[in-house]
Write a protein of this length. Structure first.
Length: 190
């Protein structure tokens, strides 16, 4: 167990170094509205429009595919659309890098949800086929958000229309955010 923790810590440290220092792999490939290869087919992440139709993505995220079933992302404090500001936090500067994100493309099952949750993958996103807009029949993108700074995750000042206590609002400190909006145990039903 201790070896596994050391290995995972080492991998996270390498990813953070690549993203922060700018090792050449970080200089190429990160994009918003990424077309993801899933079993030889093109998929977008379900979300807001992210370029020419049918491209969609999660607002504030840039991605690179890091293998057949993995993505690495940068999650910034921006929202959907060209004029959206502070889309995730009202107390972090607009455009600030909030999280480094690791994603694993895999099926949703209760057993996998439990396993991924225990490792910090508390949220998943649907995959939308580029050719017909349909959800992938079995696979999702499991996401682990590792915070780089301290801030309040509240989706920004405008998102909740002035609601004084929006859902999933919490203080975030550097490290894995286990309180990130959690849908791990909501069954995936395409």
């Amino acid at each position: 167990m201790k070896r596994r923790l050391l290995l995972v810590s080492g991998i996270v440290a390498i990813l953070l170094t690549v993203l922060v220092v700018g090792v050449p792999v970080a200089a190429k490939g990160f994009t918003h509205g990424i077309l993801v290869d899933v079993d030889g087919e093109g998929y977008y992440l379900a979300g807001a429009p992210a370029g020419p139709p049918p491209a969609t993505d999660v607002p504030g995220h840039d991605w690179v595919q890091a293998g057949m079933d993995q993505l690495v992302g940068k999650h910034y404090n921006t929202g959907p659309g060209p004029f959206a500001v502070q889309g995730w936090s009202s107390d972090a500067p607009d455009g600030e890098l909030l999280y480094v994100v690791h994603g694993i493309i895999d099926e949703w099952t209760l057993e996998k949800a439990e396993s991924y949750y225990s490792r910090g993958y508390v949220h998943y996103h649907e995959l939308v086929a580029a050719d017909n807009g349909e959800l992938h029949p079995t696979k999702v993108l499991w996401l682990k958000h590792t915070a780089r700074t301290t801030f309040t995750l509240d989706r920004g000042p405008a998102y909740w229309g002035g609601n004084p206590s929006p859902p999933y609002t919490h203080s975030v400190t550097p490290g894995i955010d286990y309180q990130f909006p959690n849908n791990s145990f909501e069954p995936y039903e395409p």
